[in-house]
Design a protein around this ligand. Structure first.
Ligand SMILES: [Zn+2]
Length: 234
């Protein structure tokens, strides 16, 4: 911060930025009841990294809390504020996993504030495994063998192919629409009823339509009756 910036900054903001300065290389917040108690700080950070709910953290501090003055006693709000504001700065790596944990817990209505069990959900676990594996994977010392590489290539190809299938279906739907328009513009109107009847007949015989209607897994399947309902265009 330059001198001119400092002069333009309100005093309370300056105080805040000073309190964020590292002390012995470790960011702590003197006003935070967790940060200013060395023993509690380590315990709280370890428990948060391990997936404990805030209530569990608080319970684990029972004895530490009992001997503290009321103004120093750690509350649920102290744990929550510490977790949101200071834990990510003090534990950059583990904060990533805590973020996954709380996000997945929220999505799955698991209470990570008042909950009596830890906040770990299967999805959070799997996502953490994925992130951790990725960190290991991108490490320059990690070697990926050919078999694993081939397996990954196969998975990737099948994902790409399933994307293509979606496009193919979209193209097919457009073509069916064009076909319907062509039939309507060329075939005399008095024959449309016969076409609709034929389509109904084919629909009753699933084997007659190899593609099957099932492959159009969509909210708006192709409906042969559209022929009959589109009369007002003419
Ligand atoms: Zn804190």
């Amino acid at each position: 911060m330059s001198v001119s910036e400092a002069l333009a900054t309100p005093v309370d903001e300056l105080m805040d930025s000073m309190q964020w300065a590292p002390r012995n290389g470790f960011h702590i917040e003197p006003r935070c009841r967790v940060c200013r108690n060395d023993e509690a700080l380590k315990k709280v950070n370890d428990l948060l990294a391990g997936g404990a709910s805030y209530a569990m953290v608080l319970r684990a501090l029972g004895e530490d809390n009992a001997v503290l003055d009321k103004c120093d006693r750690i509350t649920l709000d102290s744990v929550r504020n510490h977790c949101v504001r200071h834990f990510p700065v003090q534990n950059v790596a583990k904060a990533t996993y805590r973020e996954i944990l709380e996000r997945r817990a929220r999505e799955n209505h698991v209470d990570f504030v008042e909950g009596v069990v830890n906040a770990i959900t299967p999805l959070a676990f799997l996502e953490t495994v994925l992130v951790k594996s990725y960190e290991h994977l991108v490490d320059s010392d990690t070697k990926v063998d050919v078999t694993t590489g081939i397996a990954a290539a196969g998975r990737l190809q099948s994902l790409i192919d399933s994307g293509d299938q979606g496009r193919d279906i979209a193209v097919l739907r457009t073509q069916v629409g064009q076909l319907a328009d062509a039939v309507k513009s060329v075939v005399p109107r008095e024959l449309w009823g016969a076409i609709v009847e034929k389509l109904d007949e084919l629909e009753q015989l699933p084997q007659a339509l190899d593609a099957g209607v099932d492959s159009f897994d969509d909210d708006d399947p192709y409906d042969p009756l559209e022929f009959a309902e589109a009369d007002d265009e003419f």
